[in-house]
Design a protein around this ligand. Sequence first.
Ligand code: NAD
Length: 350
Amino acid sequence: MTALDWSDLQHTLPDAARDLLAPGTPVVVTGCAGFIGSHLTEALLALGCEVVGVDRLTDYYDVAQKRDNLRGPLASDRFTFLERDINDLDAVELLAGRRVCFHLAAQAGVRASWGGEFCNYLDWNVQATQHLLEAARHERVRPQLARLVYSSSSSVYGDQPRYPVTEDDLPMPRSPYGVTKLAAEHLCVLYGANYEVPTSSLRYFTVYGPRQRPDMAFRIFLEAALDGRPFTVYGDGQQTRDFTFVADAVRANLMAAAATSTTEVFNVGGGSRVSLREALDTLQELLREAVPGCEAELVYDAMAMGDVRHTAADGSRAADTVGWSPTVGLREGLAREVAWVVARRSDDDR
Ligand code: NAD
């Protein structure tokens, strides 16, 4: 059920994060049924925290996967699940007495953010964050709340003149999704400056691993190859990404919760900047080892609107400030995603 092993987590966290997230600490995770949020929830439960998870279970992708992601947490008596939209909740009630709010809920996806669905991006990415920040400054919440950790995105950068990017480079999002992630990040900064609400914003660079969203490239590739369908590469495959293993993104959340200055913004990149084509070659090799004879067929199409050509993170601020750096290399992380996809499909066959 737990797709990653968190048994050693307590011993590998810096003291500040371990002390803040000691057994019994009350925390909130929004987006707890999603790809990253479900792993984070499991990690927090492994640390002994009392977790309230919120997720409206949007149907952007198969809700059955989200329910599956929650099976482990729901078996714990330290987990409470609220199947609700953040915007419909009394956020002061939700946050009162909580030490940390990990805010991952959002409408993800670059391509779907063009057109009529944009209202969801505004409601679920911008409005929901403002709703939580308003509550965070309330007198019943602010004294206990050590930090709100916001899941931002490398999409805020757009195409940059030089790489790797630092947090001081000018954000220039290329998609409506990136605009909403940046808007919510700016709100976090504003509530810090005006109301001293402590926030850390984590700019994740393409996260992958077990439970990856079905709209993300590696997952689409694996499912297509196993079904015998072709996989479409958008662009020439030479676009590069700084792929980040999901356990590293989870650790970044835990460590950023213990940051000390009021407002922090961190790049969270995997340190594995490779071209999409190279990553797919590795994935193909690993898939062949797991399922002998399984070959993916690649077809090429024009680069999708809103996709950027390159991403690459300068990770020194996260390393210097909270001691975070990536620990899982691309080949090892991809092998874990392949194993999860293959195991999941054989469970479904039973
Ligand atoms: P996900 O879609 O798997 O998880 C997000 C969850 O939030 C979903 O389960 C959804 O139902 C829930 N949700 C959305 N709006 C909600 C609302 N208003 N109230 C309650 N629940 C709501 O996405 P993910 O890939 O796990 O991403 C998690 C976070 O990380 C998001 O904020 C996303 O923007 C950010 N991010 C992800 C990546 C990545 O590579 N996966 C990269 C950059 C940033």
